[in-house]
Design a protein around this ligand. Sequence first.
Ligand code: F6P
Length: 355
Amino acid sequence: METKFRKIGILTSGGDAPGMNCVIKSVTCAAIDKGVEVVGIIGGYSGLINDKIRPLTKNDVAGIVSHGGTFLYSDRCDEFKTEAGMQKAIATCKKHNIDGIVAIGGDGTFRGATDLSIRGIPCIGVTGTIDNDITASDITVGYDTAMNSVLTMGDALRDTCESHARCNVIEVMGRNAGYIAIETGLALGAIGVAVQEIPFDKESLFKRMNEARADGRRSFIVVVAEGLGAAFSEGLVKEIEERTGIETRFVRPAHIVRGGIPTLVDRNLALKSGYKAVELLLKGVSDVVICSRHDQIVPIEIKFALILDRMYKNKLKEDDLEGFTDKQLAEMKAICKERHDYFVDMYEVINGVNR
Ligand code: F6P
């Protein structure tokens, strides 16, 4: 069975994430050890369309585990969403004898992996997104590093806020997901955290800030998830000043937290996921994404993962649930509840602890 594969291609697509290079390394080394050649596809799906392929050896990937970004480069490719683009990508695979692909990224990347899988090129997805917005996976590669980067910046802001008796509002990335905001908000001792998953009580924030200031508190941190929009976070700065009289500054670290040296958590998640992807691809498995569930590295059908995301975001389309068994539907609902409860619990802790 394992001799079927001559060559595996690896690509990184969508927004980059620290730890992507660790996946590249682990896929390369695991495949070569099993007698399979490896090529890197340069620049995500557009590299596949435009025949940008390079061989990868163990030497090529030695030492890249500590590098942020992606050694294979990345992009968001609209042409790949068209049938013509897809056919060009398939032609490149045939030309180079690429028998299977490991695609590292987020939901858009996995949609592409499914499109290729159903057209005869087996693909396996590995998570690579700071947003942690793959509902089927408890954590995604890049998320931990991004959170730690926010933490470092937030701690520095706390120092200067304390010196000047100020508040700082920090708007953090995460696209439409509030995971980075809520986790870093707790860890930074933020007096308020605004995410789109839970209604935000501004009045309560102003009240708590006024009480804390009256009690002698000098510095305040408020964390806002970018999904709420720039008007919300920038507007909040003005409202805090008006309603509390506390001088307030605004910072948006943005892409800074998407780079940097991957943490141990991200490296090891990436290395294990890449290894698992190769093991499964060579066994004939395809159209799955490697997820972390309750500390286990497990494959989840991409269709299940994508529809679960839609269910979680209340964006299900008609017919989306067709074809799933009752057991799968129950599992999806349980995971959505788990995620929702997580935000409720985090809010409770933040409001109880960060006063
Ligand atoms: O998905 C990763 C992410 O960094 C999001 O957090 C953010 O909303 C978006 O990508 C930014 O995209 P771009 O790199 O295209 O500016």
